[in-house]
Design a protein around this ligand. Structure first.
Ligand SMILES: [Zn+2]
Length: 285
């Protein structure tokens, strides 16, 4: 496919990163390349790691890894309108950043977590969906394919295989079904933990007012269990902020595009018009 630069819209989405509230980090600096190789080697010693690395290979990606202050996946999505066949294509590129100030085991878990986002999240399908709502965005971010729950489940599965002894005293252990002979991950309990937003405040009230009833029912005022390291808030609150930022950017781009001659006269203008009416005019966005 040939991309036409004049009809290319750039869009950056910064994924939220996850911390369990009681996690403490302290680790020496490492050579990035050496650490990179070590991470992949150690990952390949576990079944979950082998699966992720195989899926990565299948995508023909190398999972570019760099090191910074917080672990995160940075994804860039571009919506591309083709003037030739009037189709819309989405181009997605992800990059993993790992927190360099932590122990090797935590670094490995972070890598599994971020790799899950990189491999399985399919944001482009929903980011530009004219019917996307805040509630759907939050549900997708937590429970959807490649979302936070799956990323945590994978990192915990990794730890279980990598160091079963450490697992026993790790927060991951909170999410094992204890009443079964075969240890099994309790996904429902994990998802519930993500919807804990802390005591009632102006922010939580604003969030609740903006949600549909299905998601509202899941929100609990219990103390936060997981918080986003980028904004230091519970996930529903962090995703609310992210949704508004994304909406603002996509709406600004949409308006610019609607005014471009080669697009305003094509069938693509119908998509832009629908997007504008449903996503940009709605209150609470
Ligand atoms: Zn995450």
């Amino acid at each position: 496919m040939t991309l036409r630069p004049q009809t290319l819209i750039g869009f950056i989405l910064i994924q939220l990163t996850l911390f369990h509230v009681s996690q403490v980090y302290a680790w020496d600096h490492h050579s990035a390349e050496r650490t990179n190789q070590k991470i992949k080697f150690l990952l390949s010693k576990t079944k979950i790691g082998q699966k992720l690395l195989k899926d990565l290979e299948g995508l023909g990606q190398s999972a570019a890894v760099s090191f910074g202050e917080n672990s995160k996946t940075v994804t860039r999505i571009q919506r591309v309108f083709s003037p030739n066949d009037r189709s819309i294509q989405y181009v997605r590129k992800s990059e993993i950043v790992l927190n360099k100030n932590q122990k090797l085991q935590e670094l490995l878990m972070d890598f599994v977590h971020e790799l899950t986002h990189t491999l399985y999240r399919n944001e482009q399908k929903i980011i530009y969906d004219p019917a996307l709502t805040l509630s759907e965005y939050i549900r997708y971010g937590i429970e959807g394919r490649g979302g936070e729950a799956e990323a945590v489940q994978n990192e915990c599965n990794f730890l279980f295989e990598f160091d079963a002894q450490k697992f026993k005293s790790h927060w991951c252990n909170d999410f094992l079904s204890k009443n079964k002979k075969i240890k099994k991950f309790n996904r429902k309990k994990l998802i519930k933990a993500f919807y804990k937003v802390g005591p009632e405040s102006n922010e939580t009230e604003e969030l609740k007012n903006a949600l549909d009833i299905d998601i509202l029912k899941k929100i609990s005022n219990a103390k936060e269990y997981f918080i986003s390291s980028s904004v230091q808030k519970s996930y529903p609150l962090a995703l609310l902020k992210e949704y508004r930022t994304i909406n603002k950017k996509t709406c600004d781009n949409n308006i610019k595009l609607q005014n471009m001659k080669n697009i305003s006269k094509s069938e693509n203008s119908l998509h832009l018009q629908e997007f504008f009416e449903r996503r940009c005019l709605a209150s609470g966005n």
